[in-house]
Design a protein around this ligand. Sequence first.
Ligand code: TEU
Ligand code: CA
Length: 587
Amino acid sequence: MKRLPKWWKKSVVYQIYPRSFRDTNGDGIGDLPGVIEKLDYIRELGCDTIWICPFFESSNYDNGYDITDYEKVLADFGTMEDVETLIAEAHARGIHLLIDMVVNHTSCKHPWFFESRKGRENPMGTPNPFREYYIWKPGKNGGAPNNWEAIFGGSAWTQCECDGNNKSDENCECGENNGRGEYYLHIFSPMQPDLNWESSKLRDEIFRMMRWWLDKGIDGFRMDAVCYISKDPSFPDTTDGNIRPCASFGPHFQAFVRELNEKVLSKYENIMTVAEMSESTPERAEIYANEDDSMFSMIFQFQHLDLDGGDSFKWTHRRINLRELKHLMEYWQTNLYGRAWNSLYWSNHDQPRIFSRFGDSEGPLHEKSAKMIAACTHMMQGTPYVFQGEELGMTNVRFESIEEVRDIESLNAWKKFTADGTFSEAEMLDLISLRGRDNARTPMQWDDSQNAGFSTGTPWIKVNPNYTQINAADQLARPDSVFHFYQKLIQLRKTYEIITAGRYESVDLENPDVFAFLRVLPDEKLLVVCNFTNHPASVALPKEFLSENEKGKEILITNGSCTNWKDGKLEAYDAFVVRMFETCGMV
Ligand code: TEU
Ligand code: CA
């Protein structure tokens, strides 16, 4: 089917983590009625697409990323009727709705897995039809089939067969090693067994289920961890046990995505997809986010987020080096131009808050620095994503003890690194407060009432105590707030074609303090200048912006006074965007 024009190239997406967004029934857990209640808020911000994290029935070891039934709604969140109301109410406001498809794995409590782990054959000696839904391998040398380490810690293989008839099976918890039979693969936790995409029966089940959702009227998918659906079929040992390179982008990945596109996505003329792909490069983006609609609309790459990674993966105090970041962004912006489409993001439910990663989150210039980072991101080419609370400048939280931590990844890392002596308990708590995923998952800060207006009950995770200063009610009432700055950035994208279509060109690339770039169309240019430091800095601006020629120049947005922008002298965290255009002519 011929697709309609790509509306999502002009969209700004708002990401909702429903558990932490708005609780309407006082059980401490955000819910779908809470999302519906806040649609007008999202509309006011100007976002026209929502990506909502999983709300399906789940065993909740990984907050919804371990699904037990793709076609049911977890009672904590509401009902299928609530989903239908959400779709209708979003559409009534001109907002598209993307749902989060977790199809690399299910929960170990999914009925498919219960059946699959009963062995290769039924007691009658006939083949078990569900065996091939997951990836089972015999052990090697008295241990796991290979040395792959799960992303959430430990071996990526767990040995567990239960036939359901055996007395000892009564105590057999799935997700736990019971020392019997073959091993199953789980890239994430043992409670998240990987689906076997090599099985056409499994693929057909998934495709049918995805069409079922599209037929309900949703506008597309965020494809969770989809780069892992095809693995190296020889399951080789890796040098350091790192699973990511061997378990991602396997030999059948392209074929699986093409089939998904043919059998599902291409049947709907107006949808968008964003595929989460760690291990992505611009070369891969050119294939999987290409312009011909044969794959996905766009991808999430991770290279910019990996810039402050270290030996112990994300558990480090390392900071992003601005010059490295600029080179990387230039590489992505120029390589994808005209060939593929970028997503633009710093924040999501897996990342620490961006304004604690850069900027002055603890200091007096917090709001100014938040606006600077927002301007830098939103003026690039691609589709920007705003993660709930980002538009308020929400920050990381300080975890005072491990009891306050909820995330499976952080809890496992705590166990591992404090046991093997890599970090002391105090160091690890610092690192979790700096890098842990729960930073993104503290409740949305609506106002300065109890629990930040998130819930009248006891929230499932601690509220960031800074909600008395950082909250939506205050920001909505204050024209100079971070919220209104985001609102203006989004408005600019809707107004000026150049923000969507202009070519990217670096400015003063080796400048260690200032991130500056141009966006270029034949008769128009945009100059974006951002001081990433807490001190004054200067930048070498392009000549054409300095000369008093007949071209018009207007400042589209700034977070400072910006009176002498032509001097190239910037105050701490200054950001401004100048548009230059033909005054007499076509523009
Ligand atoms: O994340 C996939 C992923 O690659 C993660 O390893 C990510 O890099 C990590 O969370 C960073 O710390 C997706 C979801 O976004 C995440 O919430 C899930 O836990 C994961 O898949 C498993 O479904
Ligand atoms: Ca609730």
